[in-house]
Design a protein around this ligand. Structure first.
Ligand code: HEC
Length: 157
């Protein structure tokens, strides 16, 4: 091969290389878009209502925020959001704990309605969607079906 030949090879293959590179980029972009897609399209059941979550927010502010933080970020008590909440697995797990042990000055004494409203608030902050049906009061069997990993933290405001 002469230098001229080499040069021609380079000139001829350059567009091909660019095209292949572009195609590769497009493919990886496509794969990224596909990876991201499930979070947006997976149907997470809507298990509480907006109104219930708002009642729960009020109760949380009054009964829990001084120790767990206004944004559930944790303070004297642990954080109750994102991965910290997801660590409980299902809503039943965390409910069973706090509805018996919290708040420390009156453990288990707020009643199922208030504890359930607070759960709706935590689910909302965890990124689960609101719907038309309220969480049934203190219904551990129903709570067992609610994964705390779903939409983890996407609603954190
Ligand atoms: C006076 C402070 C205080 C108040 C008020 C309070 N907590 Fe707690 N909470 C704590 C502390 C401290 C812990 C850690 C307890 C332990 O590890 O023994 C805790 C633990 C928890 C846990 C377990 C967290 C984990 O990851 O281990 C949950 C859930 C919880 N609280 C929910 C609530 C809810 C809901 C309310 C309101 C109804 C509330 N707490 C009110 C101090 C408080």
């Amino acid at each position: 091969m002469t230098f001229k030949d080499l040069n021609e090879v380079a000139v001829n293959t350059l567009p091909v290389l660019i095209a292949v590179g572009l195609a590769g980029a497009l493919v990886s972009f496509g794969a990224m878009a596909q990876d991201a897609a499930p979070a947006q399209t997976t149907q997470v059941a809507a298990v509480y209502t907006q109104e219930q979550a708002m009642r729960g927010a009020g109760q949380y502010r009054a009964q829990c925020a001084q120790c767990h933080g206004a944004e559930l970020q944790g303070d004297v008590g642990p954080a109750l959001t994102g991965g910290d909440l997801a660590g409980w697995g299902t809503a039943a797990g965390v409910y069973e704990y706090y509805s018996v042990n919290m708040p420390p000055q009156a453990p288990g004494r707020l009643g199922d309605k208030i504890y359930t409203d607070i759960l709706a608030f935590m689910l909302q902050r965890q990124g689960l969607p609101a719907g038309d049906t309220e969480l049934p009061e203190g219904d551990l069997e129903a709570f067992e079906a609610i994964s705390l990993a779903e939409g983890q933290g996407t609603a954190a405001q």
